[in-house]
Design a protein around this ligand. Structure first.
Ligand SMILES: Nc1ncnc2c1ncn2[C@@H]1O[C@H](COP(=O)(O)OP(=O)(O)O)[C@@H](O)[C@H]1O
Ligand SMILES: [Mg+2]
Length: 369
């Protein structure tokens, strides 16, 4: 039997030009990102950089002051997203089986008792808790407790899973295993975003977003970040950040020719599990995995106004998502297709004047092909 049905995420999580203000301060300033189903994205940045605020905007828990978020071409909806906050909201006196069963009664009322029990066991297997199902949660390790929180979120089979610093307080071994779990969950067809202070496992990610004072200092492949920041390790990125202002980092990133190639990256291949229960995945994502040549209109879509000139989107530049090249192809018409075809888009912080020309786009496609 399969351990869990695959989520039906048929397109990427896309954020464009997000700005958010609180207490008179600009907390997010033109943040853009895209995460395809099948990808694990790491989010790092100093404390106060705006990671949690960004996560709340991505989840639809907080409305940005400007900019937009879409999940598979539509605004994120609560039932389609899973969110593991920094502070676990689990009853520690319960066992994982009890906690999952109670939550399933609430969130999956259509399941009868037998189906619920089977679902709980399958989820426990998915997150590596099958041996600990009947141990009280307060007796579990920090990593195992976090796995309970992850399993609770997987009950509704969300296509998007976001975790806010789930590895805080975990030793390096547990941290690496949790990140491995997240990568596996991504490979099953979810888009997964994890904010973290732990840098050792970042190479496991397909994408890395570095946020500093609400600005995107870097969004691209983890390994390329080392060269970008002239750092010898991921930990050293943090000590490189003060060498430039956040505005300067954002500007250098926007001018980095590699950025365009990353935004144009092929969509990972994601397959359904086979009947033997080899859940997930399958071919793709990851730097070494096979990639499908993708029809993308990447760089042809919207760029939000340059941040320096205006922290908010100018109404005159706002266009409907379809006008900006945001949307789905194939999957929307054929939701059961194993392979999602997605039209990606530019992300948004860059002024129109800097849009690469057709020749550059052809070159990017050629490199990726
Ligand atoms: N509701 C709020 N009112 C005022 N300031 C806020 C509010 N929420 C967050 N902030 C401020 O926004 C900044 C970013 O916070 P946060 O998103 O929690 O950062 P991170 O998760 O990266 O540590 C911090 O300086 C924080 O103090
Ligand atoms: Mg935070």
């Amino acid at each position: 039997m399969t351990t869990s049905p695959l989520p039906a995420l048929s397109g990427p999580l896309v954020a464009r030009g997000l700005t958010a203000r609180a207490g008179g301060n600009l907390i997010l300033d033109g943040v853009g990102l895209s995460i395809h189903p099948g990808e694990l994205c790491g989010l790092i940045g100093p404390s106060g950089a705006g990671k949690s605020t960004l996560i709340r905007c991505l989840l639809g828990l907080r409305a940005p002051d400007s900019g937009e978020v879409s999940l598979a071409g539509a605004p994120p909806r609560a039932e389609g997203v899973g969110y593991v906050p920094q502070q676990d909201a689990i009853h520690r006196a319960l066992t994982p089986r009890q906690a999952l069963d109670f939550a399933a009664q609430l969130r999956r009322p259509e399941l009868d008792e037998a189906a619920r029990g089977a679902r709980v066991v399958a989820l426990a297997k998915d997150v590596g808790l099958e041996e600990r199902l009947d141990v009280r949660i307060h007796k579990l390790s920090g990593g195992q407790q976090k796995r309970v929180s992850v399993a609770l979120e997987l009950l509704t089979e969300p296509g998007l899973l976001i975790l806010d610093e789930p590895t805080s307080g975990l030793d390096p071994g547990l941290e690496a295993r949790l990140m491995e779990l997240l990568r596996r969950l991504a490979r099953q067809g979810r888009a997964v975003l994890v904010a973290t202070h732990a840098t050792a496992s970042l190479p496991m990610c397909d994408a890395l977003l570095v946020l500093v004072a609400g600005r995107v200092a870097y969004f691209g492949p983890p390994n390329d970040a080392l060269a970008f920041f002239k750092a010898e390790s991921f930990g050293q990125i943090f000590s490189r950040l003060p060498l430039r202002t956040p505005e300067a980092w954002a500007k250098v990133h926007l001018q980095d020719p590699q950025r365009a190639g990353f935004l144009a990256r092929p969509v990972p291949l994601v397959s359904r599990p086979n009947n033997e229960g080899n859940a997930g995945v399958v071919s793709s994502p990851g730097p070494a995995g096979p990639r499908r040549r993708q029809t993308t209109n990447l760089l042809t879509s919207l760029w939000a106004p340059p941040r320096s000139s205006s922290p908010r989107s100018r109404p005159s530049e706002k266009a409907a998502p379809h006008e900006r090249g945001v949307g789905l192809a194939g999957a929307a018409q054929h939701p059961r297709r194993a392979i999602s075809r997605v039209l990606g888009g530019g992300l948004g912080e860059r002024p129109r004047a800097r849009r690469p020309g057709a020749a550059h786009r052809r070159a990017v496609r050629g490199r990726l092909g």
